[in-house]
Design a protein around this ligand. Structure first.
Ligand code: GCU
Length: 654
């Protein structure tokens, strides 16, 4: 959630607007002329006549004229497809100050300080007292979590201040934004001592306009990142993944024309395989323009006109090769306007359900999947690069997948861009995980914003077929109402994709598992997590289970599996051994094959990952060991059981 500074407190601070005037403005009385101020003013009999009153109004007008453009500009949504624009990377080593007590933000009375670290102050005289110095501080690599960059910070949850200095040659008719791929969790951003705004949520992108604040030389960008867990946050206090903190994805400057293509949606219309529908949204002051969509390879060039808000609705027929795992066709698409041009690589496919079937381009499919956490193979820590994405998706491909569940939060853009290229369908999820504070309006707003930002970044990715709203959330009316609002919101932003959630199931008797979570009513695809053979009995229990569902909808088994330490061997009933995991998978697959309405599987999980909830020495060592591959890339026996099953399905054309 991005929050932009409102102007009023500034006006009061500048003494331009009295709190009384503010009260008046609330009552709508301020549409009269400046006289309103007189009554306030008149109390002071000795005050000089109207000149100073005029001076104040003049100050107010000058100020508004100065501020409005920039404030207006900052209230911009996410800039989509930043790779298709002119950018300057700010990645690299950033100075960093570890600030567990947030003394760079609060004074000793725990009041926000106006003179915090964001000022980057330097002693001007030998007697000046400044108790921090970014330039003498150690550095942290950006992008990157701080936990795996220093042993001291492995368990650190708190605030870290980052500073990056840069020069930038300003250009006429050019706007400039600072773009963050993600920062976990609550982030405050300052440029040259001025607050740009803040963002909440560790896994979605955000940007701020800095056109009016940037200078040619000596810019200092200061970012406060706080990953402290909070009960009202999303996710909340308890997760089974490491709470990696920091500026975890790329940071860049994005340069655009004064009026530019800020966002667009160019996809096949729901249920159609030859009609493209969507929109293009401009930002700037020349909002009334002609927009042309070109797909040169298909000899397509169609023009549309924007409305007063700078939005052009687009709708046209097109005979295109459809994107699929077998043929992940991407087209070079150009969006031309009078003032801007953006290129993107877009695939076109239709995705829908019919009864218990999932249809890709009109044909029933089975989702041969695997769950993945955004953790880097070999080096550990948050994954963030194209190489990380390619390694993880290559391993998934080797397993035989055509689908990945990116758990439990939106992963970096490389994952979905590489999935587009590799022909891997994607389930993308927001971290409404376990027991969220359902009744808290701010928590709901936070979750909504994360849905908005997730969809804004990836709405043009053919690979993304499912948006997931939640994982293993306990049944209650408050939960249902919360999730229904999220679902409504997601549908209002993207009617073309399927909505799902990883739900719980329950026993109706010793041998029957029932999927009848009331949430299923509002979803297109029902995700279901089960750990028969690990948390629930021994592996052979699966042989005696029957599955039922209340819904005529496709079910994806969105999690199943068990832990094994690579290289740890024993008989099939000895926990933590590869043989136990292998045996568990054999029984699981036999059970899954018996479920008539099953349309996909995504075992938990591709690779072992760090978890603060797993301390068992010499086995877990703070890792969840349910990977089919170890965190050093070693395939466990169960990997080959799953691979064989997927190869069988592929042979059957599934
Ligand atoms: C849960 C949860 C995962 C967790 C897994 C496990 O179902 O969704 O985040 O890691 O189980 O216990 O291993």
């Amino acid at each position: 959630m991005v929050e932009i500074l409102s102007t009023e407190p500034i006006l009061i601070r500048f003494g331009v607007l009295s709190s009384k005037r503010r009260a008046l403005s609330r009552t709508g009385l301020n549409n009269s002329n400046t006289s309103v101020c007189v009554p306030f003013y008149s109390r002071r009999s000795d005050a000089p006549a109207p000149t100073s009153h005029i001076m104040k109004s003049l100050l107010l007008i000058i100020f508004l004229l100065a501020v409005i453009p920039s404030v207006h500009a900052q209230q911009l949504g996410l800039i989509t497809n930043t790779d298709g624009r002119k950018t300057i990377s700010l990645d690299g080593q950033w100075q960093a100050i570890i600030d567990p007590y947030e003394s760079g933000y609060y004074d000793y009375r725990y009041q926000p300080s106006t003179n915090g670290y964001f000022k980057d102050e330097k002693p001007k005289t030998k007697s000046d007292l400044i108790e921090y110095d970014f330039d003498k501080s150690p550095t942290l690599k950006v992008p990157g979590d701080w936990n795996t960059q220093s042993d001291q910070l492995l368990f650190y949850e708190g605030t870290v201040w980052y500073k990056k200095s840069f020069d930038y040659q300003r250009k006429p008719n050019t706007r400039l934004f600072v773009y963050f791929g993600a920062a976990n969790y609550a982030t405050d951003v300052y440029l040259n001592g001025e607050k740009l705004g803040q963002h909440e949520g560790g896994f979605t992108a955000f940007n701020f306009e800095i056109t009016t604040l940037v200078r040619d030389t000596g810019n200092f960008l200061i970012v406060k990142v706080d990953n402290k867990r909070r009960r009202d946050a999303v996710p909340t206090l308890m997760t089974d993944w490491w709470n990696y903190g920091g500026i975890t994805r790329e940071v860049k400057l994005v340069e655009t024309p004064a009026t530019f293509v800020q966002d667009y949606s160019i996809q096949l219309q729901k249920g159609s395989r030859d009609r493209i529908s969507g929109w293009v949204k401009l930002s700037g002051d020349k909002l009334n323009q002609q927009v042309t969509i070109r797909i040169p390879e298909a000899a397509i060039s169609r023009s549309f006109t924007t409305d007063a808000t700078g939005t052009a609705a687009i709708n046209f027929t097109a005979d295109l090769k459809l994107w699929s795992p077998e043929n992940p066709k991407l087209y070079d698409v150009a969006i031309d306007t009078e003032t801007d041009q953006v290129h993107d690589q877009i695939g076109f496919r239709s995705i829908e359900t019919r009864g218990t079937d999932i249809l890709l381009n009109g044909k029933p499919i089975f989702l041969r999947g695997i769950c993945i956490h955004e953790e880097a193979p070999f080096r550990g820590g948050r994954a963030y690069s194209r190489e990380d994405a390619q390694t993880l998706l290559r391993w998934a491909k080797e397993l035989g997948v055509n689908f990945v569940r990116l758990a439990h939060y939106p992963h970096n853009e490389w994952m979905v861009r590489e999935a587009d290229k590799m022909g891997i369908m994607v389930w993308s999820e927001i971290p409404v995980y376990w027991t969220i504070l359902w009744e808290n309006p701010a928590t709901l707003q936070n979750a909504r914003n994360q849905v908005t930002e997730m969809i804004a970044r990836d709405r043009n990715r053919a690979s993304v077929i499912i948006w997931s709203m939640a994982n293993e959330t306990p049944l209650s009316d408050a939960r249902l109402s919360f999730l229904r609002k999220l679902i409504e919101h997601a549908r209002s932003l993207d009617a073309g994709r399927l909505l799902s959630a990883a739900m719980e199931r329950h026993y109706t008797d010793d041998h029957t598992q029932m999927i009848d979570d009331p949430l299923g009513e509002y979803l297109d695809v029902l995700g279901c997590n089960e750990y028969v053979g690990w948390y629930d009995g021994l592996p052979d229990k699966a042989d005696r289970l029957e599955w039922k569902t209340k819904y005529q909808k496709p079910v994806v088994m969105s999690e199943f599996g068990g832990d094994a330490l690579y290289g740890h061997h024993g008989d099939a009933l000895t926990r933590w051994t590869e043989e136990y995991q292998e045996n568990l998978y054999r029984h699981q697959l036999d059970m899954l094959k018996r479920i008539s309405f099953l349309r996909g599987t995504a075992p938990w999980i591709l690779m072992d990952f760090r978890s603060p909830r797993r301390p068992l020495p010499y086995i877990q060592d703070f890792h969840n060991r349910k990977g089919l591959i170890s965190d050093r890339g070693e395939r466990k026996k169960a990997f080959y059981v799953m691979q064989q099953y997927y190869r069988e399905l592929e042979r059957l054309g599934k």
